[in-house]
Design a protein around this ligand. Structure first.
Ligand code: 5AD
Ligand code: SF4
Length: 450
């Protein structure tokens, strides 16, 4: 017979963007302090949190199919006299709230992305009543989040996410984010610096600063001045132990030259910019309410390149937005040809109830979306490969992240975020080393330590 242990175990399953990955880490930190150990094995979990994504229909659907499976598991556990709690967090929780409790009776708690600091209190409630908490106190959330224990921080390896900005006021007509994450909010500079410092204290060498509109960052500094992202990058780079800084996701409307100066002047800021454009057609950009033209976008790219000539770009694209003709799609392909992306995410337009585009005429048939997506992805794959292949023969700075696939091999990332494998001692993890690139294979580079 096994003795039930006093420690409870929590499994946090995250879907969607990097912001959710960050939130999932923080939820685990909060619960760690409440006697819940993190596990990735559902069989020994007493609590599961689904940290959900609402951005496209498919992502939202996943939640309900997962909940169906969990309902059965909960029933099995109940028969065995065991407690098992199911929490739905993240953006589906925010968007659907009570509806989730109605649709899925096995769910105990629904908690939005701005309220998860209340998890311990809500889980500790004795009452059997099921609960929904989808308030928007972003400020409170960050204030009441505990620091990770040293063990948990160490488990993150050499690279970590830090959310510095949340929410969106842009209201692109296809997007649910302004409704699920609320309006734009920037964390104060001192809070961000303190969090980065805690991470570097336990060996983190690279931080990726996260925000839905990260380049709209305008957090207050110690003297009450509203700091730009460029200024924050400078402050973060001064923290000892920081080797690399990245940030994502930027918006074309918020590009300013100070950011280009940061890339030029701060060696820790990596030469990589994720700048979603969505479409290359001005007509579609207008219907999307992006509030910039294709030329504005190309101007931003040129401005960044002027100050940092080795910078590379990635983007997000939506194909099959309502009203998109073959010509509009062709304009997107032309823009891609013109920029030359190192990487990109691309999606078929997905109708999101409650957003303006859902009501637009001229919705595009699924087979047309499929065809366009295939063409676009083939073009991006070609550019990606060309970019990767162009590294052969060069010597690159590689941040060593972990052991590689083969004995004696280590793996790390180049400044352009390319995966590189090479032979090196295993205690090199966390160091930035020079590697001469000898070969380019599927999805990674191979090289030798210089
Ligand atoms: N359909 C398809 N893609 C979408 N995105 C956001 N909303 C939708 C939607 N309704 C994509 C955009 C955005 C990325 C995070 O997700 O490209 O930049
Ligand atoms: Fe969504 Fe547009 Fe805001 Fe990005 S900028 S989160 S796509 S509304």
């Amino acid at each position: 017979m096994t003795t039930p242990s006093a420690t409870k175990r929590v499994l946090v399953k995250s879907y969607g963007c990097q912001m959710n990955v960050y939130d999932a880490e923080r939820m685990t930190d909060i619960l760690d302090g409440q006697g819940y150990q993190a596990t990735d094995n559902i069989d020994n979990a007493d609590l599961i949190i689904l940290n959900t994504c609402h951005i496209r229909e498919k992502a939202a659907d996943k939640v309900y199919s997962e909940l169906g499976r969990l309902r059965e598991l909960k029933a099995e556990r109940k028969n065995a006299g065991q407690d098992f709690k199911i929490v739905v967090a993240g953006c589906v929780a925010q968007a659907e709230g009570k509806q989730i409790l109605r649709r899925e009776p096995a769910v105990d708690l629904v908690i939005g992305p701005q309220s998860y600091q209340n998890l311990p209190e809500l889980l500790a409630r004795k009452s059997r009543s099921r609960h929904v908490d989808t308030e928007f106190p972003v400020d409170d959330k960050f204030k009441s989040l505990p620091s990770p224990s040293n063990e948990r921080a160490k488990a993150r390896g050499v690279s970590a996410f830090v959310t510095i900005q949340e929410g969106c006021d842009k209201f692109c007509t296809f997007c649910v984010v302004p409704y699920t994450r609320g309006s734009e909010y920037s964390r104060p500079v001192a809070d961000v610096l303190a969090e980065v410092k805690r991470l570097t204290d336990v060996g983190i060498r690279e931080v990726t600063l996260l925000g839905q509109n990260v380049n709209a960052y305008h957090g207050l500094d110690e003297s009450g001045h509203s700091a730009s992202l460029g200024e924050l990058l400078k402050r973060v780079s001064e923290i000892s132990g920081i080797a690399r800084i990245r940030y994502t996701t930027s918006h074309p409307l918020e590009m300013d030259e100070n950011l280009a100066f940061a890339h030029r002047d701060i060696p820790e800021v990596m030469p990589y910019l994720h700048l979603p454009v969505q479409s290359g057609s001005d007509k579609i950009l207008g219907l999307m309410n992006r509030r910039h033209t294709m030329h504005d976008y190309l101007d931003s790219i040129a401005m960044m390149r002027r100050h940092r000539n080795d910078i590379v770009f990635s983007s997000d694209f939506i194909v099959g937005f309502p009203g998109e003709t073959d010509e509009d799609f062709q304009a997107t392909l032309t823009l891609i040809e013109e920029v030359g992306f190192a990487s990109a995410y691309s999606f078929k337009y997905s109708v999101r109830p409650g957003t303006p585009a859902a009501e637009m005429d001229d919705q595009i048939p699924e087979d047309v979306k499929d065809r366009r997506l295939q063409i676009l992805q083939a073009l991006i794959a070609k550019q990606q490969r060309r970019h990767q292949d162009s590294m052969v023969g060069k010597t690159l700075d590689i941040l060593v992240e972990r052991k590689g696939r083969y004995p004696g091999q280590m793996a790390g990332k180049s400044p352009h975020l390319l995966a590189v494998a090479f032979d090196a001692p295993s205690d090199y993890i966390g160091r930035v080393v020079q590697v001469r690139i000898t070969d380019s294979v599927t999805n990674s580079l191979v090289g030798t330590l210089v």
